[in-house]
Design a protein around this ligand. Structure first.
Ligand code: NAI
Length: 482
């Protein structure tokens, strides 16, 4: 790990490779590049100090350099211990004009395969701004809400005057967070309170992080305004669905190279992510079975031609199990104990509690063996093995490289416009959770049409009047579901 300056990445010599892939990605990210061009002179993010906590991939590198082109200063960490692409992190640390011997890039704290302690240390580094008046950022760009959580927990415990003892932690990760906050409060009792005071807002990338924000808003604990980027149509109906349609099977293939055709695959959850996952497995010729708790999504799955049943019914016969729910305890250790020999188990939801990995490790006599990083077999006392991907963490980023550039161009264009909204219009966004205005959502889609050769029909004024919209949009009411 290289630690010469204000960054920490695996290997700076990977920067050139990273830069080549960033250059290729830029062409595939027309939305982000158009935004860079449109705002190059206005620099609406001048003065913004953005702390990002989002998978440090090649696509994220293009996002980071877009924020910088718009005037922002940036510090970055990954939002998952396995999702960093080390060449992308190296290229960001070195910067377009630096060299590995003379890095001139952005403070980035991320490498593939962090421990939990390292992960939270990286998040803390991204949130700690040596030259800022509060010691912190004035904007957060989050994915899953970990940076937002650390600030909120810090403020809460500083108000209480004490951090709960790490001995009371409910999980290893919780213990790590409590230890970190115990240390910061001892070092600087008002660190997080002071830091939070200047934060204008957070833009949140994913379903799970958005849940956390609405919960904090409901409980009255939310400290600053938030834009729910996930529920921009050009995010969740594209990234979650078409992104996972691409990257789920990429992860399974790179991890196992098992032929998917002819196998039985179970997809738990048929939301946006589940829909994309199911389609990709079916595209490979798998027989796909869905589990759902929501009658609407279950009916959708049935009408899309999938068998819908419970995990209990298929746990002993299916070959591949994928969780996509954002919920916990979807596949329990007792389920894994009943699976076929060499069944593949993976999660693509945000956190690692969808599959009960802790319970699996506690089965008496079970043996974990690493096939290669992020691919493990677990051998039960009777000799049966199952294959678990990315230790139960999101496999499309752990075993493959996440979503491809074109779809991330949509999500990250939404992110960038959301950052501009919150940073430049603080008066329009009192503390609360907002979605991106629809005209911006439509704008993001529009920026991606040319690249695909799409010809859009122009609404005539009489037609616009007849359906009650403006010729230039927005074309749908806010309750329209796409
Ligand atoms: P969603 O809310 O649209 O879908 C989740 C579905 O799971 C819902 O339909 C829900 O009814 C169902 N569900 C909940 N509990 C269940 C249970 N016990 N059994 C079966 N089904 C159950 O959410 P979305 O957008 O599909 O996201 C799902 C997760 O994936 C979230 O954690 C999100 O943050 C994450 N995500 C991951 C991405 C990746 O690249 N790996 C990309 C986008 C989202």
């Amino acid at each position: 790990v290289d630690n010469r300056q204000d960054f920490k990445v695996a290997d700076l010599s990977l920067a050139e490779f990273g830069r080549k892939e960033i250059t290729l990605a830029e062409h595939e990210m027309p939305g982000l590049m158009a935004i860079r061009k449109e705002y190059a002179e206005a620099r609406p993010l001048a003065g913004a100090r953005v702390t990002g906590s989002l998978h440090m991939t090649v696509q994220t590198a293009v996002l980071i350099e877009t924020l910088v082109a718009l005037g922002a200063e940036v510090r970055w960490a990954s939002c998952n211990i396995f999702s960093t692409q080390d060449h992308a992190a190296a290229a960001i640390a070195v910067g377009p004009n630096g060299t590995p011997d003379d890095p001139q890039g952005i403070p980035v704290f991320a490498w593939k395969g962090e421990t939990l302690e390292e992960y939270w240390w990286c998040t803390e580094q991204a949130l700690t701004w040596p030259d800022s008046p509060t010691g912190g950022p004035n904007m957060i760009l989050d994915d899953g809400g970990d940076a937002t959580l650390l600030v909120h927990k810090g403020v809460e415990y500083e108000k209480d005057g004490k951090v709960p003892s790490p001995d009371t932690a409910e999980s290893d990760e919780h213990r790590v967070i409590l230890e970190l906050l115990t240390r910061t409060v001892a070092e600087s009792p008002q660190k997080w309170t002071q830091l939070a005071s200047e934060i204008r807002g957070v833009t949140e990338e994913t379903t799970t992080g958005v849940h956390r924000l609405y919960e904090m808003q409901r409980d009255g604990g939310l400290l600053f305004p938030a834009i729910n980027v996930n529920d921009a149509v050009t995010k969740s109906k594209f990234d979650n669905k078409y992104g996972c349609r691409h990257s789920l099977i990429d992860g399974i293939n790179r991890a196992t190279d098992t032929l998917i055709g002819g196998k039985t695959a179970v997809v738990c959850g048929y939301g946006d992510v589940g829909k994309g996952c199911a389609e990709s497995l079916r595209g490979q010729g798998a027989r796909v079975i869905i589990t759902e708790i929501d009658p609407i999504c279950a009916l959708q799955a049935a009408m899309d031609g999938y068998q819908v049943t419970t995990l209990e019914d298929v746990v002993e016969t299916a070959d591949i199990f994928i969780t996509t729910t954002g919920n916990k305890d979807i596949i329990l250790a007792s389920d894994m104990a009943r699976m076929k020999h060499q069944a593949i188990v993976g999660n693509i939801g945000h956190f690692d509690n969808e599959i009960d990995m802790a319970g699996l490790a506690k089965i008496p006599g079970i043996v974990k063996d690493e096939v290669k990083p992020q691919v493990h077999t677990w051998t039960f006392p009777d000799g049966k093995k199952i294959i678990v991907l990315s230790e139960g963490r999101l496999l499309n980023l752990g075993n493959a490289t996440g979503h491809p550039s074109f779809v991330m161009s949509n999500s990250f264009a939404d992110q960038t416009l959301a950052q501009i909204e919150l940073f430049t219009k603080p008066d329009e966004y009192p503390v609360g959770v907002y979605t991106l205005p629809k005209h911006l959502d439509e704008k993001v889609a529009r920026l991606h049409l040319d690249a695909l050769g799409v010809k859009l029909t122009t609404l005539r004024p009489e037609q616009a009047a007849y359906i009650g919209v403006e010729v230039e949009g927005p074309y749908k009411s806010d309750h329209y579901r796409y």
